[in-house]
Design a protein around this ligand. Structure first.
Ligand code: FAD
Ligand code: SF4
Length: 471
């Protein structure tokens, strides 16, 4: 049995930094067979407990070794409607891979020795998509006449819709934007998640009978009461955390300072990287600065660097993060990719004030150097400013990527829907039911920013409770 993991093929850094094409190429059949063959087929597979939706990882890996790729696909689909998406974006090093017995215990991230479960999931998912393997069919639950509204088409909404449709329930999904997918569409760039993959996964829901209503904001076009009057037996809220946080420092209103949400929405949803073929522009600078250390910051920085190169500007994009490299919350692969492509990292840095020119455009950012103190409530070591360590960085476009908050369009007009101090919807943890009967919620609107598969895990739980309720 091979001991070393099979490395995944990627486009080389220099080529890929000049376009928005997919970076990671995926396993060939031989590579997938080799990597799946490294699985020890543990009697008590711990990896399954690391997956928020409990995919039977041991079985799907075994099926790959038997060349039963359709079987592997169906095993995954029993628990996860979107293997090709999760196989590309899951931070597996914090989830299933960290639980794999081959990962070294006590390390902050799964060591490279753990089975590359996510890449194998992508292999099986792409096989299913390419070969049109039919998904597990609708169960006959006797719920054919029931109708459920799903609000929001991010991973939580999509997952809930898939689970309900499989139980034979009619699902109508309302989405405020003109395109479906939530963060998968407007946040995550196509070089990480190609749009044909996302479209295909959404298409599979259409084939299961889910109906989509874009450009429809629940809370503005119709409220929850009106949905119930329209005959919906239950509602699932997958509203996400779409409101950006800001630094709250002087000069933050200067021109060319974007929230990561606006920047990424322009680039990814509105295809600003194809401007003027696409209609929405985005401003590109000679010294672009991204503030933050999560996936959003990595995505914004990698987009910024690509835009510079594609517009003949020497690449100069810097990430400023207030803690050290170990605390960077982004997926390790994205951090490595950003570095390889030429994104610069300045760590232990706290922005103090943006400074602009006489026309009101940002020009420089005044910062303080930090050092790490004791762990704070998040368990990470707290950044402490070093007095007198002031310095300035050039910056003619800045992107603030320091976090997202609950989208409150609906909650603000629905007083009966109880929220916490952050504006997140409060749910009964066993059922995901909110303070309003037959209204359920999941994903980032419950408990704040998380991961795609965590959002899907909550949505699955809610879907199960809705099915029970409707019975
Ligand atoms: P969202 O994806 O935010 O979807 C919510 C949807 O609801 C949106 O489409 C919104 O328009 C719609 N909506 C809101 N209110 C209404 C209303 N009133 N009426 C109708 N529609 C409404 N996680 C990972 O696991 N891996 C990653 O690599 C990763 N990268 C990320 C990169 C970025 C840039 C960002 C921002 C997040 C990333 N995440 C990643 C986190 C992950 O994307 C989220 O946790 C996940 O998308 C949450 O899913 P959701 O369905 O709850 O919300
Ligand atoms: Fe791992 Fe994510 Fe796949 Fe679950 S969905 S097995 S956590 S890669």
């Amino acid at each position: 049995m091979r001991k070393e993991p099979v490395k995944i093929k990627e486009i080389d850094a220099k080529t890929r930094a000049g376009n928005f094409n997919e970076v990671v190429l995926g396993y060939s059949e031989d590579e997938a067979l080799c990597e799946a063959g490294r699985c020890l087929q543990c009697k008590n597979p711990l990896c399954i407990s690391g997956c928020p939706v409990g995919i039977d990882i041991k079985t799907f890996l075994h099926k790959i070794t038997q060349k039963d790729y359709a079987g592997a696909y169906n095993t995954i689909r029993e628990k996860n409607n979107f293997p090709s998406i999760c196989g590309r974006v899951c931070p597996a090093e914090y989830q299933c891979r960290i639980a794999c017995v081959l990962s070294k215990k006590g390390q902050p991230f799964a060591t490279p020795q753990a089975i590359n479960i996510h890449f194998l999931e992508r292999f099986a998912g792409d096989y299913g998509m390419r070969c049109s393997v039919s998904a597990p069919s609708a169960r006959n639950s006797g719920l054919k006449l029931k109708k459920v509204a799903v609000v929001g088409s991010g991973p939580a909404g999509l997952c809930c819709a898939g689970e309900l449709a499989r139980a034979g329930i009619k699902v109508i999904m309302f989405e405020g934007l003109h395109k479906l997918g939530g963060v998968l569409r407007y946040g995550i760039p196509p070089f990480r998640l190609p749009r044909n993959i996302l479209d295909c996964e959404i298409e599979s829901l259409k084939n299961m009978g889910v109906e989509f209503v874009p450009n429809f904001i629940v809370g503005k076009n119709k409220d929850l009461e009106e949905l119930f009057k329209d005959g919906f037996a239950a509602v699932f809220l997958g509203l996400g955390a779409g409101i950006p946080s800001f630094l709250g420092i002087k000069g933050e209103n200067l021109c060319n300072i974007y929230s990561a949400n606006e920047f990424l929405t322009r680039v990814n949803l509105m295809s600003a990287y194809e401007f003027p073929k696409a209609h929405s522009p985005v401003n590109i600078g000679k010294s672009m600065v991204v503030i933050g250390g999560g996936n959003t910051a990595m995505d914004a920085a990698r987009c910024a660097l690509r835009l510079q190169l594609m517009n003949g500007i020497a690449p100069n994009t810097t990430i400023l993060y207030r803690r050290s490299e170990v605390e960077l919350p982004a997926r390790r692969l994205e951090i490595e990719h950003a570095k390889e492509e030429g994104v610069q990292f300045r760590l232990l840095v706290k922005p103090q004030e943006f400074m602009g020119d006489e026309n009101g455009f940002v020009r420089r950012l005044h910062c303080l150097q930090c050092e790490l103190g004791e762990p704070d409530s998040s368990g990470r070591r707290k950044p402490l400013e070093i007095p007198g360590s002031d310095f300035e960085v050039d910056c003619d476009v800045a992107v603030v990527a320091i976090g997202l908050k609950a989208n409150q369009i609906l909650t603000k007009v629905t007083p009966a829907l109880k929220t916490d101090k952050y504006g997140d919807v409060i749910v009964e943890p066993e059922t995901m039911e909110t303070s309003i009967k037959n209204v359920f919620a999941g994903g980032d609107i419950v408990g704040g920013e998380g991961t795609v598969i965590e959002a899907m895990g909550m949505a699955k739980k809610a879907a199960g409770a809705i099915i029970e309720r409707l019975k």
